[in-house]
Design a protein around this ligand. Structure first.
Ligand code: BGC
Length: 740
């Protein structure tokens, strides 16, 4: 075959010119080829795939992570296809590649964009060394339903926190410049509203009114687009009757027209074909029509575009201009990635996976992701000097694979350091460590081995229980309707409690769990999510006081699953509850009259508060917030106001605290949440130190989509709070006034 060079030397560099030049030389088959992504998971390129690539019929591959195979795939594209267009090579690098960082929900618990950026950078470097140039992260679906297994992949329930971490992750993956070594294209997903699936059941229908969509579900995507995310993935789910992959309102009106997104829109896996299964189309031809007219540039892992797009163009149903625009988006991204100049990867050019830097970053993030939910009588930190024996009990104390969490296709389990190993290393010979697994796995209902665990707990100075969920219980398609600790773990806690030995529980899980049935039976409780490769050293440092816990919840923990969705930034309703106007079901009189138990918005059996609130997280230090004030009592539209408070570390240890700013717009053209996170800062305070925590709020930061679906800040009264959780009561007020 005669090969035509992709970039003639006389074409100047500007990307758009190169795109136009290439497009002008492409056949319809080659154009449709660029809109197709093929699953390439085999150990070497199979003949059919090689033939497709040579014919220019593949624009991207997915699920190959072997650098040699990837180089061969690129060679076929670059050297053996007519136009020599390199491939996008996609892979799910969700929270690390070889070195695994905490699951995204754990990353969110750090409230530390710097660390999230650094973790993504490490992941990108490791993945790029394998030849991967595109990942399907970050997942920035707002997730308010812990039954949904994919909450593990999310940054939690909050719009502001999710948007901040979306930006950080995109920056980490893409670096300063997409073409620089070790940068890979990010993909904001899933557009849009996927987290709102009915009953938290994956792939189910969503129903999101436009105002809620714009104010809650879309802002993280807008932030990702503004920071230059290269690609975006559609959602599997149906939103208001139209699945994400056919949703022109989302993909054309909002994404392209309102936000001006110039990158690639990729479908989710086979989701073009699924339009028919949803009941939107009668056949694949119609599905191709719907997806391409909605604005899906590339089909992931399906052949609907390949089989039908050309015919749709030839019959005149689809204008060639629509195809050209989609192909241009793909080519532009390839140029921006520098793939035409550097299609191959020399593994040695990048740092080796699992490097000291990567492991340190993973450990730092794991440590900051752990949230201390309870610490009665200062049970923690444990003092090595005062202990002679420790019982380490439970199915997750020594589970190197499970601690990594969901989506770790390329994770190196051999790098995992478990809590048991790390505690043994930390304690050396000074303290006796007894390890009892007690349960085969978290789901086990076999209680025979409990006896030995109880005996060990009885004989030791402290019992540390490692409980939770294995990685298989969360993630895609892994939703649960009951979010208690699975199996007989609660019984195990009770049995250990009965020994009278202090009980510390460390829970690893991919979601918030309902912990009301164990919380009173433990003295201290650390919620560690799935912390990744360095779970062990991070948790050991926290347990033994080498670090203070500093994670804060990125999502509310319900008391009972029936409270879901429960999130701090809800609306007030016309009948808000308060402690003095609710009744518990156990306290209702016989023959109580209809209105005698109050007329407010609460559950008779659960009240109206979560078990642990958004933003909550304890420390070994003691922090006090005081003296909240505003720089001005009124602020004109277009100006900024500063809200500040004094934060004091009243303890004798240095520790991090995450200071949080919440605001409430008291009256709007549409009703506003009772509180909304509007700023946060992670600060390190020395013993006795006082700092002023100041947040500058521009009125644009207080803008929202109103009754007309336009974004604007509205004049009126605001409340602002600063504190260590969404429950802070330290409040001030200011007023926005019209400018001029
Ligand atoms: C998921 C995506 C993922 C894709 C590729 C789909 O099932 O929904 O999030 O990126 O598979 O693995």
């Amino acid at each position: 075959m005669t090969k035509t060079t992709a970039v003639p030397s006389n074409v100047p560099n500007p990307v758009e010119q190169r795109v136009a030049d290439l497009l002008a030389r492409m056949t319809l088959t080659e154009k449709v080829g660029q809109m197709r992504q093929v699953n390439a998971s085999e150990g070497h390129p199979p003949d059919y795939l090689a033939a497709l690539i040579r014919a220019g019929s593949v624009g991207a591959v997915i699920n190959q992570a072997d650098v040699h195979v990837i180089n061969e795939l690129q060679r076929l594209a670059v050297e053996e296809s007519r136009l020599g267009i390199p491939l996008l090579v996609g892979r799910d690098v969700i929270h690390g590649f070889r070195t695994i960082f905490p699951i995204p929900l754990g990353q969110a618990a750090t409230w530390n964009p710097e660390l999230v950026r650094e973790g993504a950078r490490v992941a990108a470097l490791e993945a790029a060394a394998a030849g991967i140039n595109w990942t399907f992260a970050p997942m920035i679906d707002i997730a308010r339903d812990p039954r949904w297994g994919r909450i593990a992949e999310s940054f939690g329930e909050d719009v502001f926190l999710t948007a901040a971490l979306a930006v950080a992750m995109v920056e980490g993956l893409q670096g300063d410049d997409l073409s620089s070594p070790g940068s890979i294209a990010a993909c904001a997903k899933h557009f849009a509203g996927y987290g709102a699936v009915e009953s938290g059941c994956d792939y189910a229908t969503t129903n999101i009114p436009e105002n809620q969509l714009r104010n809650v579900y879309l802002p993280p995507f807008k932030a990702a687009v503004e920071v230059g995310v290269a690609t975006l993935m559609t959602s599997f789910s149906d939103i208001d009757g139209v699945p994400g992959t056919a949703n022109a309102f989302l993909l054309r009106q909002i994404l392209r027209n309102e936000w001006g997104f110039p990158g690639v829109v990729v479908s989710d896996w086979d989701s073009v074909h699924q339009l028919q299964i949803h009941g939107l189309t009668e056949n694949d031809g119609e599905s191709a029509f719907e997806a391409v007219t909605a604005g899906v540039d590339m089909e992931m892992a399906g052949d609907v575009y390949a089989n039908h797009l050309a015919a749709l163009v030839e019959s005149g149903r689809i204008a060639i201009g629509m195809i050209d625009a989609a192909v241009a988006n793909v080519l532009r991204t390839k140029f921006q990635l520098g793939l035409f100049e550097h299609p191959y990867v020399e593994p040695a050019a990048h740092p080796s996976p699992g490097s000291e830097h990567a492991l340190l970053a993973a450990k730092r993030m794991a440590a900051q992701s752990v949230v201390m939910l309870k610490n009665d009588s200062r049970t923690l930190p444990l003092s090595i000097q005062q202990l002679s024996s420790v019982a380490i009990i439970g199915p997750l104390a020594d589970a190197p694979y499970e601690q990594l969490g969901t989506w770790i296709f390329d994770g190196d389990v051999a790098l995992s350091v478990t809590p048991l190993e790390a505690i043994r290393t930390l304690l050396g010979d000074a303290v006796e460590v007894r390890h009892l697994r007690a349960m085969e796995n978290s789901r086990s209902r076999e209680t025979e081995a409990f006896n030995e665990a109880v005996e060990a707990a009885h004989a030791c100075d402290v019992a540390i229980l490692f409980l939770g969920e294995e990685s298989i219980l969360s993630g895609e398609a892994h939703s649960r309707a009951d979010i208690h600790l699975p199996g007989d773990q609660a019984k195990l806690v009770q049995r250990i409690r009965e020994t009278g030995t202090p009980v510390v529980a460390v829970i690893m899980a991919g979601r918030p769990l309902t912990l009301a049935n164990i919380v009173d039976d433990v003295d201290a409780l650390l919620f560690a999510w799935h912390p990744g490769t360095m779970a062990g050293p991070a948790i050991a440092d926290l347990l033994f006081g080498r670090e203070s816990p500093s994670g804060k919840l990125p999502v509310s923990f319900p008391r009972m699953v029936g409270q879901v969705p429960i999130y701090y930034s809800h609306k007030n309703s016309g009948k808000p509850p308060s402690p003095d106007n609710i009744v518990h079901i156990d306290d209702i009189d016989t023959f109580a009259e209809q209105t005698s138990v109050g007329m407010t918005s609460f559950h008779l059996d659960a009240g109206y508060t979560p078990l642990f609130a958004f933003g909550h997280g304890l420390s070994y230090a003691e922090f006090e917030y005081d003296h909240i004030r505003t720089g001005a009592h009124t602020v004109s539209i277009g100006d900024a106001v500063t809200i500040s408070a004094e934060l004091t570390n009243k303890s004798d240890i240095a520790a991090d605290e995450v200071a949080q700013l919440y605001v409430r717009d008291l009256a709007g053209s549409v009703t506003r949440p009772i509180r909304q996170l509007a700023g946060f800062q992670r600060l390190r305070l020395e013993p006795g130190q006082t700092v002023t925590v100041a947040f500058r709020l521009h009125t644009d930061d207080l803008a929202f989509y109103g009754r007309d679906q336009n974004l604007a800040a509205e004049p009126g009264e605001f409340h602002a709070w600063i504190g260590g959780s969404s429950e802070t009561e330290l409040r001030t007020e200011f007023r926005i006034v019209a400018s001029g």
